[in-house]
Design a protein around this ligand. Sequence first.
Ligand code: ADP
Ligand code: ASP
Ligand code: MG
Length: 319
Amino acid sequence: MVKKVLKFGGTSVGTTQRIHHVANIIKKEREIGNKIIAVVSAMAGKTNELISYSKNIDENFEKRELDVLLSSGEQVTCSLLAGALMKLNIEAKSWLNWQIPILTEGEHTNSRIINININKIDEYLNKGVAVIPGFQGISKDGDITTIGRGGSDATAVAIAKIFKADTCEIYTDVDGVYSSDPNKIPVAKKIDKISYEEMLELSSLGAKVMQPSAVQTAMMYQIPLHVKSTFTNREGTKIFSEESINYDKVVTGVAYSKDEAKITLQGVDDKPGVAADIFSPLSEKQINIDMVIQNISLDGKKTDLTFTVKRSDLGKSTD
Ligand code: ADP
Ligand code: ASP
Ligand code: MG
């Protein structure tokens, strides 16, 4: 008997018909005696729809209230999946963030999971499937929180860690991790296995098939990940430690992000301390710098400094 966390993303639970299909995937796992914790996202498009409602009320909607709103998406799919399992005569029960609880810290809309209480659920796994919402948590003050877009991956990995699951399977709408986004680059190749380090690199650079902080946690605690399709039976991609992988290629994948803005400062003095003078004010404004390139400028005495920031931080960076 194996203990598994199965995470189903937005497209996988995007309609009630698909939720029935997901319930059938879980049923097969139960029939071979596995203990299952299912982590679900909101239906595809739901979180964006909720954000647009908030913006119709106020462009700068208050973040505590935004978390209350956004967490509702995952509440819906939790209940529907538990219902679909029971319809198949599989015992199942859903729990929300505050019922477990999934404790988080940090700011609203961008919190981090710091603890998950296993007591109620671990015992229940002997008789039924536990269905848990991704993306949401509760602060020590009892406020509902969310953990950032794509955060259900991070919930799944945190659950896998705390419940000591044998594996964490990420069910999604592509049949694994590809050398580049298969929906944009049709010739992209599926990768059968990839190290945590490479996956982290790909996801940090925009491959949203796995959320970076989820990969980071999996790497830290050596949790085996398996990315696979909800809709096909292909083998998917296994993500594990570097030592277990035989390398026969130089480049594993290429990711890109349209979310970056490039800033070049020309004719910067080439002496110690200048970079700190440029980057410190940005860091004080909580602006993350991603890539930095330094070139000799045309006159050979000064330097050109190029760096990238998130597009949404461009205005703040040049103030
Ligand atoms: P889910 O809702 O299941 O969490 P996401 O939309 O977050 O799914 O992630 C899956 C999507 O990631 C795919 O539909 C694909 O377009 C995109 N993607 C980007 N880069 C890659 C990549 N290198 N390999 C696979 N998918 C990728
Ligand atoms: N529903 C959330 C989002 O759309 C979390 C997730 O799907 O992982 O970002
Ligand atoms: Mg996702």
